[in-house]
Design a protein around this ligand. Structure first.
Ligand code: MN
Length: 408
């Protein structure tokens, strides 16, 4: 059910930010420096100021231009703040006159990174994607690596180049496989791609040497964003063996501007798909760890794919449990990319590599045949969970490609 707010725009059944959502971002305006804000309808609530005024029930957790301090405070503090914000913004709230002056129209605000990303790990938990890419790179017999049904496979990525939606992305430069020449090529990427993913954000940390259970891992997760793992396929094909992705992924990762909390998504929890092989005990979970979130990809405003987060074979809690299983310490602000989320058919694939099957079957983009990303293209990810009379939206995750730099 829609929770009604006195902020009228929050009661729109098709809006992304009803009172049920309350996602966390960082914003600035001409007069306000970057600070923590909460989306409500078409407005942003200045919660940095709200905290200073003593109305949040927290102390000095919301005064930085990131949510990391609150994230480190743990689930009971997260619930307390969410409850307090819900009370302040509900239709029947008594404090409306003190809260209303702290609302800023979204159209007047610039959105920034909502968190300081501590470290970034990208998983490979979409089975259809792994199957598709494996078929293209190694043939249908060896498509799924033998470990895939047992391990949430991942690689350690770069936190330094995770950027907020709206940030332009420069086409990467790199080495590519030699065709007939003796030397490999070096120059602008020719097969630039997206990967449609969800990003899970770690709130509370774990200690080096201490593995975590799936139940504990679930409690450590603060929230989710949409994530585009930009990928240079020609660089990737040349460099990926034996140690996995490197420069093909290191140049940029975009995330949506609002962290949708695990609490806001709780009504949309679903089970992971049926196991094809029994998991080892440490990876088993007795709670539904996936979410029913409809996802789509647009290229220059034309929708080119539609899928759902529930396709993921491993939940974020299972990924996090595996990540910590060796004794690896997890930090507040760690970002876990889910892996590309592809559905069963081409209209639901999560990368251009798959949609065009390695560039062999161009897409029809309003009459124009298209394979990989060209300079000036804008790629946008969208996502929402559909409730009864309301939606939980993430805000778009978008990026426009700029030409490659002149290499010195
Ligand atoms: Mn990826």
């Amino acid at each position: 059910m829609l929770k009604r707010s006195w902020t009228e725009s929050a009661n729109d059944a098709a809006g992304e930010f009803p009172l049920n959502n309350l996602p966390y971002g960082v914003f600035s305006t001409e007069s306000l420096s970057p600070r923590c804000g909460v989306a409500i309808g078409e407005m942003i609530l200045d919660v940095a100021r709200l905290e200073k005024d003593g109305l949040t029930g927290t102390e000095d957790l919301l005064q930085n231009a990131s949510w990391n301090k609150l994230m480190a405070a743990g689930p009971s503090v997260w619930s307390g703040l969410r409850q307090r914000l819900t009370d302040l913004l509900a239709e029947a709230a008594s404090d409306r006159d003190v809260v209303e002056p702290l609302l800023v129209p979204m159209t007047d605000a610039t959105l920034h990174m909502p968190l300081e990303v501590a470290e970034y790990t990208d998983f490979y938990a979409g089975k259809q994607h792994a199957q598709n890419v494996g078929t293209m790179f190694r043939g249908p017999e060896n498509a799924l690596p033998p470990n895939w049904l047992h391990i949430p496979i991942g690689y350690n990525g770069r936190a330094s180049t995770v950027v907020v939606s709206g940030t332009d992305i420069r086409r990467p430069v790199g080495q590519t496989k030699a065709k007939d020449a003796e030397m490999p090529g070096f120059g602008p990427c020719k097969r630039l791609d997206i990967e449609l993913e969800m990003g899970a954000i770690v709130g509370t940390p774990s200690t080096m040497g201490d593995p975590v259970t799936t139940t504990r891992a679930q409690e450590m997760i603060f929230g989710y964003v949409l994530l585009n793992d930009w990928s240079a396929r020609d660089l990737q094909a040349w460099e990926y063996q034996p140690l996995g992705p490197f420069q093909a992924k290191a140049f940029a990762t975009s995330i949506s501007p609002w962290i949708v909390t695990r609490q806001a998504l709780a009504p949309f929890a679903v089970d992971t798909p049926e196991r094809e092989k029994e998991l080892l005990p440490y990876l088993k979970a007795d709670f539904p760890g996936n979410y029913d979130v409809t996802l789509s990809v647009e290229m220059n405003g034309h929708r080119i794919s539609r899928t759902n987060m529930r396709e993921l074979y491993y939940s974020a809690a299972q990924q996090l449990t595996h990540h910590a299983s060796s004794g690896c310490a997890m930090r507040t602000g760690d970002l876990l990319g889910s892996g590309t989320i592809s559905g069963p058919d081409p209209s639901s694939y999560g990368s251009l590599l798959e949609m065009t099957w390695g560039g062999e079957n161009p897409l029809d983009l309003a009459g124009e045949p298209r394979t990989f990303i060209e300079d000036g293209d804008t790629l946008t990810l969208k996502g929402h969970a559909q409730g009864d009379g309301y939606r939980i939206g993430f805000g778009a995750c978008t990026g426009t490609i700029l030409p490659a730099p002149n290499f010195p």
